[in-house]
Design a protein around this ligand. Structure first.
Ligand code: UD1
Ligand code: UDP
Length: 383
């Protein structure tokens, strides 16, 4: 029997981190020919992940521009992928999550009448403008896809509520698979400042912030609140903030936080450095999706710098709280955790609602089942 041709398409840092273990799983199965195509919607931040996980794409569209817009990303992906599909006709295309690459990848495959599988399917805020444009991207991919790999049972219920009832598999999130390969007790950071931080006696706060819907006043308020917290807790707090390469974020972060002695603005970390820093820090403050899944697994409390989240499972488990994007509310919520140890202790426990490290295996088993190469579907992940 011919091998199944499965093409993974991704382009940004978080997609790469969550798809790399899946590419490895696909490569390890004899029934499958794995083809990897990157759009390079991100360049440096993507290449760093490809290097760490030793993924070598067969196709690289190299689309990134310094000030790219949603339209330029989407149109360049569509045109580039059309050419790729002239060379290779896969049996299945796998896209991940909710970026512009994800949507364009699914749409390009649909135009060729190639089946689409959506990894990390079914996350919803039910607010079409938040996160923007991700909520709409993932909803549209939900319509385009035939296979839906939902991290949690709640994600599956979200799709069912939209009338999507076929091809659903609950697999866990592949980010937990990735996390299991990166965190090590004896890890040494390439950046020596991170080795020298006093993780025992200081409250090291790991910060990231990049969402488009936070551009403007929300981001101004987030950065001002961080500056206030650094000044108020200057003897006990060290803020480490690897700044996303987006020019909007770079400008805002440096304008507010440069020159504050206990704020360390550093370039994006590679994924191993990031996961190991998360494992050692005291608290995470972030608007990232991925960090909301990783930090709870490592027992680290998270304050989410957003008004809503599509990842309510860790909020229910008590390790994540929504801090919002307002100056006062962020300061109040962070101060409660910094000043009152009992408040911190309530949040600081490991929670793994997002996976058990076997998501990639389940996804590939589900693909083989869908294409009739095996009789049994995988056992679902029960968080
Ligand atoms: C994108 C995704 C977002 C995801 C985020 C992960 C969309 C619409 N947004 O947002 O869902 O959460 O990635 O980080 O798909 N840049 C570089 N080098 C890099 C990466 C980015 O210089 O390696 C700069 C470029 O100037 C680029 C800008 O960052 O134009 C913005 O990148 P873009 O992918 O458009 O948006 P993100 O905010 O990264
Ligand atoms: N990450 C990283 N280096 C950094 C910041 C983040 O490796 O400097 C990782 C992080 O651990 C997570 C992913 O990137 O796995 C999250 O990416 P991002 O926050 O850019 O996107 P989102 O998850 O919000 O879509």
């Amino acid at each position: 029997m011919d091998k199944l041709k499965v093409m993974t398409i991704f382009g940004t840092r978080p997609e790469a981190i969550k798809m790399a273990p899946l590419v490895k799983e696909l490569e390890g199965r004899e029934e499958i020919e794995s083809i990897c195509c990157v759009t390079a919607q991100h360049r440096q931040m993507l290449d760093s992940v490809l290097d760490i996980f030793q993924v070598k794409p067969q196709f690289d569209l190299d689309i990134m521009e310094a000030s790219q817009t949603l339209s330029t990303i989407t149109s360049k992906c569509l045109l580039g992928l059309e050419k790729v599909f002239q060379e290779v006709r896969p049996d299945l295309v796998l896209v991940h999550g909710d970026t512009s690459t994800t949507f364009a990848g699914a749409l390009a495959a649909f135009y060729q009448q190639v089946a689409v599988g959506h990894v990390e399917a079914g996350l919803r805020t039910w607010d079409r403008y938040s996160p923007f444009p991700e909520e709409m991207n993932r909803s549209m991919v939900g319509r385009l896809a035939e296979l839906h790999f939902c991290p949690t049972q709640a994600n599956r219920r979200n799709l069912e509520a939209e009338g999507i009832t076929k091809g659903l598999f609950v697999t866990g999130n592949t980010v937990i698979d990735a996390l299991q390969t990166t965190v090590r007790k004896d890890f040494t950071f390439a950046e020596d400042a991170l080795n020298r931080l006093d993780y025992e006696n200081k409250d090291v706060i790991l910060v990231t912030c990049h969402r488009r819907e936070n551009y403007g006043q929300p981001m101004e308020d987030i950065m001002s609140a961080l500056a206030f917290l650094a000044g108020t807790y200057d003897r006990t707090v060290e803020i480490v903030y690897p700044v996303h390469l987006s020019p909007v974020v770079q400008e805002c972060a440096h304008r507010h936080l440069d020159g504050i002695p206990n704020v360390h603005l550093i370039p994006p970390l590679d994924v191993e450095e990031m996961h190991n820093l998360m494992a050692r820090c005291y608290l995470v403050m972030t608007d990232s999706g991925g960090l909301q899944e990783e930090a709870p697994a490592l027992g680290k409390p998270v304050l989410v710098l957003r008004r809503e989240t599509e990842r309510p499972e860790a909020v229910a488990a008590g390790t994540v709280k929504l801090a919002g994007v307002g100056y006062d509310e962020i300061i109040d919520m962070a101060s409660a955790l910094l000043a009152f140890p009992e408040e911190y202790d309530k949040m600081a426990h490991a929670a793994n609602p997002y996976g058990d490290g076997r998501a990639c295996r389940r996804i590939v088993d589900a693909i083989l089942y869908h294409f009739g190469r095996t009789d049994r579907p995988p056992e679902p992940f029960c968080g």
